[in-house]
Design a protein around this ligand. Structure first.
Ligand code: CXF
Ligand code: ZN
Length: 370
């Protein structure tokens, strides 16, 4: 008798195409694997750049890398979680390379293969479609646009009973990316200015984190008026619509430049602004992901004479087992109001979620499952 679990998944079969909701099946978990019944999965910009092959992934594939749910089955070697546990699934790292051993799994030597390879390290996939066809999965060690996802013991983080799945899910990537960039890397102090370029889920998480630790002024640059209004509601001190005002000149004039900036749009021209807007000795973090190979330019003398730092940041430098519980604590204290970013959709509405994200009418779409 087959030991496969029947599931439903949003399958991507063509570059840039629509997601097709189909029946699929998933193998029983192997030694270190954790089969999760998915209850919620956030949509992140990285799902869309993978859909469009700006970050190449094999197809057909099940995407989704901000999953949360209940552990259904575990492999024989799993000790971290047990069936019935509530978990969120974060990015997958190897756990053994020098950066993983140094406590920096976001810079894992194997991260790209493990997160974008569409298969396990041995080349196999736990997923198959209902015609027995090959189906790539294991996206970020999960592929959570599905009722069930195969995670690893290494990328599941236990959740307290108090946080709803639809608020926990986006902590797996987008929210820990923005918050972690502020809390782990830039670390602005009381009265230190920070300019966030891009008011999507990542930029707005950075706003919430900066306010939570008392940093400021917090400046937010984005052309979307609804997002600027939300940034103000979350505590931003100044918002700038770059189609109406030059953000670099405005930030320099008002504050003498920003002590910190964060590029969260994935655009090379915006990165240039985020660097130019810094005060001397300022630090610019890069979290926005353009297509692989995109180049950017900056004024070398300005960066050199100004003693500026430009720092790439993946997943907020997070160790998910540490940062995610910390963000859940901030949420419980009312300092990280995730609910203001989230709108929920059913799996059958996933293409509407994508359309709304691309139109900028939702900040963080989250697919919810019964
Ligand atoms: C990604 C950004 C590109 C590198 C891997 C992690 N972040 C998540 O969406
Ligand atoms: Zn992501």
């Amino acid at each position: 008798m087959s030991d496969r679990t029947p599931a439903r998944a949003a399958v991507l079969r063509t570059q840039g195409g629509k997601f097709l909701v189909e029946p699929i099946s998933i193998e029983a978990p192997r030694n270190d694997e954790v089969l999760v019944r998915v209850r919620a999965a956030g949509l992140c910009h990285t799902d869309l750049i993978a859909r469009d092959q700006l970050y190449p992934v094999p197809q057909p594939i099940v995407l989704g890398h901000e999953g949360a749910g209940i552990v259904e089955r575990v492999g024989a070697g799993v000790t971290k979680v047990a069936p019935g546990d509530r978990v969120v699934m974060s990015f997958l790292a190897c756990g053994t390379c020098p950066n993983c051993r140094a406590g920096a799994p976001a810079y894992c030597a194997e991260l790209f293969g493990l997160c974008f390879g569409g298969c396990r390290p041995d080349g196999s996939s736990a997923l198959a479609d209902d015609h027995g066809g090959l189906l790539h999965g294991h996206f970020f060690g999960q592929s959570s646009f599905a009722t069930h996802a195969m995670a690893s013991e290494r990328n599941v983080v236990k959740l307290p009973d108090t946080i709803p799945f639809e608020l926990a899910a986006p902590l797996a990537c987008g929210l820990q990316t923005g918050a972690g960039a502020v809390l782990n890397v830039l670390r602005p102090r009381l009265g230190e200015s920070i300019a966030l370029f891009g008011a999507g889920a990542v930029g707005l998480s950075a706003v919430m984190a900066a306010k939570a630790i008392g940093a400021g002024p917090v400046i937010v640059v984005d052309p979307n008026p609804a997002r600027l209004a939300l940034a103000l509601e979350l505590g931003a001190d100044l918002t700038i619509d770059p189609t109406a005002l030059d953000p670099v000149a405005t930030i320099r004039k008002q504050y003498g430049g920003a002590r910190f900036s964060l590029e969260a749009t994935g655009r090379a021209d915006v990165l240039r602004q985020a660097i130019d807007a810094l005060m001397p000795r300022g630090v610019c973090g890069i979290v926005g992901a353009p297509a692989l190979g995109v180049e950017a330019c900056f004024d070398v003398s300005d960066v050199m004479v100004g003693g500026k730092t430009i720092r790439g940041i993946v997943e907020g430098d997070s160790v998910p087992d540490r940062l995610i519980p910390e963000l859940i604590r901030l949420h419980a204290e009312g300092l990280f109001p995730i609910e203001k970013l989230v709108r929920t959709y059913t799996l059958d509405q996933i293409n509407d979620a994508v359309a709304d994200a691309e139109a900028g009418t939702v900040v963080k779409p989250v697919i919810v499952f019964a």
